[in-house]
Design a protein around this ligand. Structure first.
Ligand SMILES: C[S@@+](CC[C@H](N)C(=O)[O-])C[C@H]1O[C@@H](n2cnc3c(N)ncnc32)[C@H](O)[C@@H]1O
Ligand code: SF4
Length: 457
């Protein structure tokens, strides 16, 4: 059945012909993304060879233009917005960074550090190059020392918790063109809009947030969507967003191609009938799948975000194959959370037991093998950026505490910013507000120990 559906969908949804100008833009963007995401193959290849062939060729290490760095009390964090991965840095690596000014050779860098630490310079540079935070330059580019934002608070061990969130999930509005039966924050056409971006954005920037994921509501109904992206990106903050895909037009695609966004998540909640029922609108499945295809064709890295329900358990295999077929790079599956409008559904028919969740894990593992590297699963675990405790309600269950970002995000690196300015630890505990940015700065809310105590023991 899965195969039939796949064929049917392909046959009835021909890939739209791109206009010549769009096609040129797509090619350009793809090239640019490739070049940005990984430093040139040339230097990667060189890095594999002898100890410092780069040095022999007179190359100097220099900061990648899209990297940001933060010093914390006992470590640091870095971020390259084209990888969208916050990385942990050691104290030594952070101390080394201001010396990596684009003018110093490796020998000169080694000469600058204490003799007993000289042997650490090479591995530190190598690691930061591997993380795409630094690259090799053929010519010396003086004055390229990175700005290292100093965010050290006195009280917090940054290894456990940085002084401000690295990633913020922001719902600027709850307005949405759809009104899904399972929506965790009760968004819809008449739901409230949020506090002004003039209040929110300066706080995100001042806090040194690396990446903002815009949710909603539906980001594309927000009249300030592009303005918000522009303001954040101009300040060096990476942006990604999650959409139901319904509203995607050529104009949106054009405008998005003018941003630095690389990653977009499109939500698809099962095969056509299931998705349209859950999303409450006929054709929403086709438009979402079409959205995945068009975004992907335009060079964006697409994640299909699938809420696992009792009613789509049998469709998971089909959805995984279909996502790969229409060009998704990632697939994110997470069980429905009983919040907002989903409460009623979960109470009646859609609830998954921990055993249900465990039961589909072998399918995911099989599919990972089948699709190889072409489709990656962000969360093979039952849950996304939070630990299994939110699924099983068992905080001692650490089996699934691994995900793309490392161990469970709760209370560690992620803050959820509600439309009304309320701050929570995660979307799925968004009712548990620990402060409001209209009353206090995000950083002071974040640094309040009470923030964590109740959320994650
Ligand atoms: C609230 S939506 C906002 C973005 C956009 N309107 C959309 O649907 O993609 C953000 C993400 O949460 C997911 N989601 C909504 N309700 C959920 C629930 N009760 N449990 C798990 N995920 C849910 C959606 O499928 C979507 O991927
Ligand atoms: S899940 Fe997304 S599309 Fe559905 S009502 Fe909520 S915000 Fe809108």
């Amino acid at each position: 059945m899965a195969h039939e559906q796949l064929v049917r969908l392909s046959a009835t949804s021909p890939r739209p012909e791109a206009k010549a100008s769009t096609r040129q833009r797509v090619t350009k963007r793809r090239d640019a993304l490739r070049a940005r995401a990984w430093q040139d193959a040339d230097s990667a290849e060189l890095a594999q060879r002898d100890r410092w062939p780069e040095a022999a060729e007179g190359r100097v290490p220099v900061t990648s233009p899209h990297s940001r760095f933060r010093r914390e009390r006992d470590c640091g964090y870095a971020y390259n917005r084209y990888n969208q991965q916050p990385s942990f840095l050691s104290d030594f690596e952070v101390d080394l960074l201001p010396l990596v000014d684009g003018a110093r050779s490796i020998d000169e860098l080694e000469a600058e550090v204490a003799p007993e630490r000289r042997s650490e310079v090479g591995p530190a540079l190598r690691r930061m190059i591997d993380l795409n935070l630094l690259r090799w330059s053929k010519t010396r580019i003086p004055d390229r020392a990175p700005t290292v934002e100093d965010l050290r608070p006195d009280a917090i061990s940054a290894i456990e918790r940085p002084s401000a969130p690295l990633v913020v999930h922001w719902e600027p509005t709850l307005r949405c063109n759809l009104r899904c039966a399972t929506c965790y924050n009760e968004s819809g056409p008449k739901a409230p809009i949020g506090v002004s971006a003039d209040v929110v954005i300066p706080q995100l920037i001042e806090s040194g947030v690396f990446l903002v994921t815009i949710l909603g509501g539906e980001p594309m109904v927000d009249p300030h969507f592009y303005d918000n992206i522009r303001r954040l990106e101009e300040a060096g903050v990476g942006v990604e967003f999650v959409t139901n895909g319904w509203l995607l037009t050529d104009e949106h695609l054009e405008r998005l191609l003018d941003t630095h966004i690389c990653q977009i998540m499109v939500s698809v909640d099962g095969a056509e009938e299931t998705h349209d029922r859950v999303r409450g609108r006929k054709n929403s499945f086709r438009r979402a799948i079409d959205g995945v295809r068009r975004f992907s064709d335009a060079g964006f890295d697409i994640t299909v975000s699938l809420t696992v329900l009792r009613s789509n358990l049998e469709e998971l295999e089909y959805m995984i194959d279909l996502s790969a077929e229409v060009g998704a790079a990632y697939m994110k599956l997470r069980p429905v959370v009983d919040s907002g409008r989903a409460k009623e559904q979960v109470e009646t028919s859609e609830a998954l037991s921990p055993d249900d969740v465990r039961a589909y894990q072998p399918l995911l593992h099989r599919k990972i093998d089948e699709h190889g590297g072409r489709l990656q699963f962000i969360h093979v675990s039952p849950l996304p950026t939070v630990g299994a405790c939110f699924c099983t309600r068992d905080v001692s269950d650490t089996r699934y505490r691994t995900c793309r970002q490392g161990p469970c995000f709760i209370g560690r690196k992620l803050a959820y910013l509600r439309h009304d300015g309320g701050v929570a630890a995660h979307a799925f505990v968004r009712e548990h507000v620990v402060g409001n940015i209209t009353d206090a700065p995000l950083r002071s809310i974040w640094q309040n120990d009470d923030f964590w105590a109740d959320v994650c023991p």
